[in-house]
Design a protein around this ligand. Sequence first.
Ligand SMILES: CC(C)(COP(=O)(O)OP(=O)(O)OC[C@H]1O[C@@H](n2cnc3c(N)ncnc32)[C@H](O)[C@@H]1OP(=O)(O)O)[C@@H](O)C(=O)NCCC(=O)NCCS
Length: 214
Amino acid sequence: MKENLFIYPSKIEDYYRKFGLNSLLKKIFFKMMSPFFIYYETITFSRELSLTQKEITPKIKVDIGTLLPQDLKSLKKMTKKQDSVNTKLQSGEICFVAKHNEKIIGYMWAALGPQIVNYVPERVYLAKSEAYIHAAKVAPDYRGKGIFPAILNYICSSLKEKGYHKIIAKVYSDNAASIKSFLKAGFLTIEKVKHLGLFFDKKVFYTIKPIKNN
Ligand SMILES: CC(C)(COP(=O)(O)OP(=O)(O)OC[C@H]1O[C@@H](n2cnc3c(N)ncnc32)[C@H](O)[C@@H]1OP(=O)(O)O)[C@@H](O)C(=O)NCCC(=O)NCCS
């Protein structure tokens, strides 16, 4: 497995995963640090693909499928970091797209296990039958119409057909729209992770709290 990580953030991350920090020390440390560093929280979502899916019908007609070579230009137009499209395709990721009147209006990427995915916000260890979905967007004019939950639903059935058992995703906890979409598509919240971004590396985190009820 390939691991493109800076050595220190990964060691700190492993330390916190294993031992955590004494809560008083932690409070003092992070209170002192908070004016200087980026602080944020993520929620981990997961979906067991053996569970039954309910149907989701968006408010407008959309065709959902995987990216076709002729749609690459249109996808790049919607994406801020255009180079990242090529990088993801080269590393074997699948891009799922939603089209309305032949035009791409939404997309999401899936990285397939086994591998360690190393995107902001966190490192994710994927087993052979697991996939990590990320980097989703619905064009502003089409938001609030149930397109993202429909894309998520399509990804679940498509990856289930390919033999995958589980899908994992990470969402910033202030992204209410995205959280709503994941819940609509039957994903469960697994854990909350608090991060302290050190310098320009956003991957250092300091607590993981399991979420019991959904
Ligand atoms: C997050 C995102 C993909 C959701 O897509 P979507 O197709 O609009 O999802 P939904 O239709 O389920 O709407 C989700 C919620 O967005 C909110 N919403 C409704 N209309 C909206 C609009 N015009 N603009 C923004 N948000 C809106 C509502 O709270 C809605 O929930 P509700 O339908 O229960 O009221 C989309 O907002 C987006 O592209 N955001 C920017 C990129 C991003 O955050 N990506 C997610 C990374 S995980």
